[in-house]
Design a protein around this ligand. Sequence first.
Ligand SMILES: [Fe+2]
Length: 300
Amino acid sequence: METMQDEAQQGVAQGGQPRVRSWFHAPTNTACHLIIDPHTGRSALVDSVLDFDYASGRTRTTFADEIIAFVRGEGLQLDWLLETHAHADHLSAAAYIQRQLGGRIAIGEHIREVQHVFAELFHDPAIPRDGRPFDHLFRDGEEFAVGSLRARVMHTPGHTPACVVYVVGDCAFVGDTLFMPDYGTARCDFPGGDAHQLYASVRRIFELPPDTRLYLCHDYMPGGREPRWVCTVREQRQANVQIHDGVGEEEFVAFRKRRDATLGMPALIMPSIQVNVRGGHMPAPEANGISYLKVPIDAV
Ligand SMILES: [Fe+2]
């Protein structure tokens, strides 16, 4: 398992600011971030990844175990397992990590709409539609604590209806709203996605102070450069290839629709969605003790 730890980009812990430790899951291009309150040792993990081999149906915890070992090694208490949205490209490790370290699994309250859509698509009455089994659903503007750090939730729909950004000190964990400036923005063609909404959500993020450090969920390394997952609001406003300052809403929406029409489905969308709308829990085992995931045929 190829992973990469974020040493150089680690935040400095001063003045109510978090220390941030990141890991990059190369097989799914996902960046996972641990928000640490240096004063109390309390922490929150954003967008963890469970290794999954679709061909065999086999999960592994190699990546998650690295994070668990770090949390234990540093003597940290994990209070939150935060999801920025129901990911379509990887399985969340939140439920597994919660069993090891505790903490509450949380996501934006509009996950209910996402659960509803996919309970219908997968024709699965066991997919909840009321936000369970997440331990907490965040409202837009809701505040919560990570030790002595104050965190604030911004509802940022567009990529999915339930996307949220977590703002902690001078950092914001932006999920799939934005990628690095040289790569652009997330697709808006999943169920409930909307390019107009994504434009508005990104403009809200751009209203954060210019030096705010934006921690991204993915990096696709255009041109073969090294993976990166943090940049400032200023850098995005100046240089994002799709949505820098000066790009109007209609221009962005037209571009996004053209681009989305060319994209195939993520390789792991079917298993990911079924697990992630359950907060990383597998479907209940059947009578033989095995959990199963479905694939809708000719429905998407
Ligand atoms: Fe996503």
